[in-house]
Design a binder for this molecule. Structure first.
Ligand code: 1GP
Length: 248
């Protein structure tokens, strides 16, 4: 079974899935065993690894260590650039920053990455990446040099999601940005999920299980948290997120 098929299965089984984002700059190799074990114990659906600005060298080594602890849960690269590609992962979100108008992030870096991914035999999951305005400027916004979707212009977000569908993307990642002041509005999630039948990942600024449950109720297929657990590394909080997101 491919990683993508596994994700769809988990969504079917649990109603919605929970991804834990790990930024190698924020979770050291020493902290990995305990953190990953707690995440497995809590029954998270998958791990995303990456960051807008990766300062930790040896991405391959980091993933290799990660895979030692992650057992059967997929480890998926969430790349901030073409330097974040590794055969050690199970798959990569092949992102195109469709909300922006910077051709480098829509197709330029993808063309550089594609032959490497092909040579490595890595599973690539095409994902339309839509940045949504969320308060102060986020790293993703600054690093990509793009303007996010206005948070109260739901119809513009829906138009982007429809374009993603017609372009053949397999996932949509609706992103407030790491550490966002405000998460993606529920109305936007609802409107997109009612219009477009592509699984919807929602992340950025989700700091409580209650907020995560709200995103699922609005129509998110998968919820991502990063910062909050990297700061707290609290096994009980991981479990609360899983029970808030899994509907059965
Ligand atoms: C960022 O959506 C992820 O790409 C997670 O965001 O770190 O704010 O949870 P947070």
């Amino acid at each position: 079974m491919s990683v993508f098929e596994y994700l769809l299965e988990q969504k079917k089984r649990n109603g919605a899935g929970y991804f834990v984002l790990v930024d190698p700059d924020k979770t050291s190799l020493n902290a990995l065993p305990g953190f990953v074990e707690a995440a497995l114990d809590a029954d998270v659906d998958a791990f995303l690894i990456g960051g807008s600005l990766l300062m930790t060298p040896n991405f391959d080594d980091y993933l290799k260590q990660f895979k030692k602890y992650s057992k059967d849960r997929p480890v998926i690269i969430f790349p901030g650039g073409v330097h974040q590609i590794s055969a050690e992962a199970d798959a990569i979100l092949f992102l195109s920053l469709l909300s922006g108008r910077n051709p480098h992030h829509i197709i330029g870096s993808q063309v550089m990455a594609a032959p490497i991914i092909h040579r490595l035999g890595l599973e690539a999951i095409s994902t339309a990446y839509l940045l949504v305005e969320s308060g102060k400027a986020t790293s993703a916004q600054f690093m990509s040099g793009t303007t996010p979707l206005p948070r109260h212009k739901t119809e513009i977000a829906v138009a982007h999601a429809l374009a993603a569908k017609y372009l053949g993307f397999r996932l949509i990642y609706l992103e407030g940005g790491s550490g966002a002041d405000h998460s993606v509005p529920d109305e936007m999630i609802y409107a997109i999920s009612k219009t477009v039948d592509i699984p919807l990942i929602v992340g950025g600024g989700i700091r409580t299980p209650e907020l995560a449950a709200q995103k699922v109720a609005a129509g998110a297929s998968f919820v991502v948290t990063g910062n909050i657990l990297e700061q707290q590394k609290d096994p009980a909080l991981l479990k609360s997120f899983v029970s808030a997101i899994h509907q059965s």
